[in-house]
Ligand binder design. Sequence first.
Ligand code: GLU
Length: 496
Amino acid sequence: MTNDNTYFDAMEAKIPHGKVRTRFAPSPTGYMHVGNLRTALYTWLIARSQGGTFILRIEDTDQGRLVEGATEVIYRTLAECGLAHDEGPDVGGPVAPYIQSERRDTYGTYARRLVELGHAYYCFCEKTESEEEYGGFHREADPCRSLTPEEVQAKLDAGAPYVIRQKIPETGTTTFHDAIFGDITVENSTLDDQVLLKRDGLPTYNFANVVDDHLMGITHVVRGSEYLSSAPKYDLLYQGFGWEVPTYVHCSPVMRDQHNKMSKRHGDPSYEDLKAQGYLTEAILNYVALLGWSPRGEKAEQEVFSLQELAETFDIGGISKSPAIFDIEKLTHFNALYLRAMTPEAFHAVAEPYIHEAVKNPALDTAAIAALLQARCERLTDIPEKVAFFEDLPAYGTDLFTNKKSKTNEEVSKRMLEAAVSALEEVSDWTQEGIHVCLTDLAAKLEVKNATLMWPVRIAAAGQAVTPGGAIEICLILGREECLRRLRIGLEMLGA
Ligand code: GLU
């Protein structure tokens, strides 16, 4: 054992001070669940709203659960969401490395330090993995707690395998403060001597998070409320080392319903799933921000927030203690608002791949199709089905030609289509304006309401009752040849 402080002093010297520093510390699971995305967002917002630093740390000490490519998913998601990190494995920083598996030696050194300080002990007992992971044994019964330093040294010299456990005081209470939940006090007798360093020399999450949060100068620890019950043990670790305790911000879970947490395993969507279901990143972020946080003051009624506005408005005091229920309908509502608010060019850019899923014909103008869709779709995945008729005329029944409000039936429709085909054949200028003038003049000449003419034209052109856009827009996009071909098919079906 050593009293040499050089290593520890050097580590302390690296810690940045004076600014808010927050960290997002995901385990690389291969996807970003909604609760995790919300944690990332709140963590980023706390840093940004206070001119602080946002750090990404990868918590991969559970080597058994490593997933190939999972770290890339984290980088990609943060980048896509605009949650840029100032320090992290890929960008570096003053307290690197930012991947726990690369900090292995640090944890061992600090665990042994804590033994020297009297707040941890070597434990040579044979215990099952599950006892180690879940603390399922009673510390009073642990003979290792009271081994003398000589006994410990002898076992170490003999190469006996060991774990290092936290030495929780036998009596008394521990009180910690959480920014959301306030002061929480627990009896020390209810806390277990948790494992800090495992037999393989790797730390448990419970130890690594404390060492890293301290050595990285983290001022606000934002995480799920499932960690609340461990917080007293973390407090005792901070105290044991003589370190300042950071501000805890424990966020209540995101629920699927009153009783169940959202979980990917039970089929609840992750961020990637929501993207694949046609939701925009901005809408997802906006909705997720409001799952468990509400704006206060003059923004109290506001619902739509850009990331920038969130960074200006967010405050820890607005985070709720109660669990939030994820409501896909509400997200869909936000998505529709975001789709509508885009510029036509931006909407076209996001809609185009979905239009192309159904529309392959290069003669069809996807910008014109996008313009019809913008006000009429809630999710991008609604698009292919809505526009497939442009590519291929669907099979339809002549009953579609009957519409009471437009005063059409099959007989009227036949008359309208005959007149429309002749008139449209003469249109030299196949533009919105050209088609519009042609058809409205024709309705006037035939002494019918515009709708009486437009209804059959639209049905024949689209082959379905509900379409994005009216007769004129659809005729325009189809082009003269295809439009006339379809109107003639309609006529044939009506027995002309
Ligand atoms: N790696 C932990 C998790 O993904 C992080 C918890 C924390 O932020 O401290 O749940």
